[in-house]
Design a binder for this molecule. Structure first.
Ligand code: FE2
Ligand code: FE2
Length: 243
């Protein structure tokens, strides 16, 4: 298992590992994002079993012990599985997550006390500012949240817009239709009364880069991509609603 590193925005690195056995024959990538700054932040921990490959990839960019912040969208093996391995490898590191996630899970599960963030609170990591966005049930999980890196306009968007296969690190609007097709296959999104509204709130940030957890990230018009994704989900929800 090998983790590939690409810089998808200035000093924002995508760490990508293809797992051929998931969604064959194309396979499925699991991506983490390292925001390099005075206090570097890793978004997504990866599975515990992938920790050796992912940490070796981070070590190509900076010494592991320099890692200061660890975050992810929601509790799940690919998002948070290796959180305690990271806390052990980087003694100054701390998990930063929404207050709800801390109260519901992380105060108990994390080996060091997490830093709780409020909706819209900015985490200043020295040269970069990450805005925490509470997005309950989007993509899934009561505890779900996302982060927006303001200097580069990069939205760390977890499972939103995920695609199967191992495309290039960055692509354009074509990922939207592929992501909707993947959603038709996996049915992983929690489609609730606030799903579409929450994704439209993210679109209003007008991101220039969407850092996607599975498949290619998007470079370009993030507002357009998220709006089209919200439209596609809304169409599916209307079609599924009882008459
Ligand atoms: Fe997930
Ligand atoms: Fe995921």
């Amino acid at each position: 298992m090998e983790t590939h590193v690409s810089e998808i925005a200035p000093r924002i690195y995508r760490l990508s590992t293809l797992v051929p056995d998931v969604a064959p024959p194309h396979g499925f990538t699991f991506n983490q994002f390292l925001v390099d700054a005075e206090e570097p932040l890793l978004f997504h921990c990866g599975h515990r079993g992938m920790f050796p490959a992912i940490s070796a990839a981070v070590a190509k960019i900076m010494p592991l012990e320099k890692l200061r912040w660890i975050s992810f969208s929601h509790l799940e093996a690919d998002e948070s599985g290796a959180m305690n391995a990271w806390l052990a490898a980087a003694p100054r590191s701390q998990i930063a997550h929404g207050g709800l996630a801390c109260d519901v899970s992380l105060n108990d599960l994390a080996d060091r006390a997490p830093r709780a963030l409020a909706d819209n609170e900015v985490l200043d990591i020295g040269g970069r500012r990450l805005r925490f966005l509470a997005t309950p049930h989007v993509p899934h999980g009561w505890d779900a949240g996302l982060m927006f890196e303001e200097a580069t306009g990069t939205l760390l968007c977890s499972d939103l817009l995920g695609q199967i296969g191992s495309g290039p690190a960055l692509r354009g609007q074509e990922i939207v239709e592929e992501a909707l097709a993947a959603e038709d296959m996996f049915r992983s999104m929690s489609l609730t009364h606030n799903t579409v509204e929450t994704i439209r709130r993210l679109a209003d940030l007008a991101p220039k880069t969407l850092a996607v957890m599975h498949g290619s990230s998007l470079s370009g018009d993030g507002r357009r991509a998220l709006s089209a994704y919200a439209d596609g989900l809304q169409t599916r929800m209307r079609a599924a609603a009882p008459a």
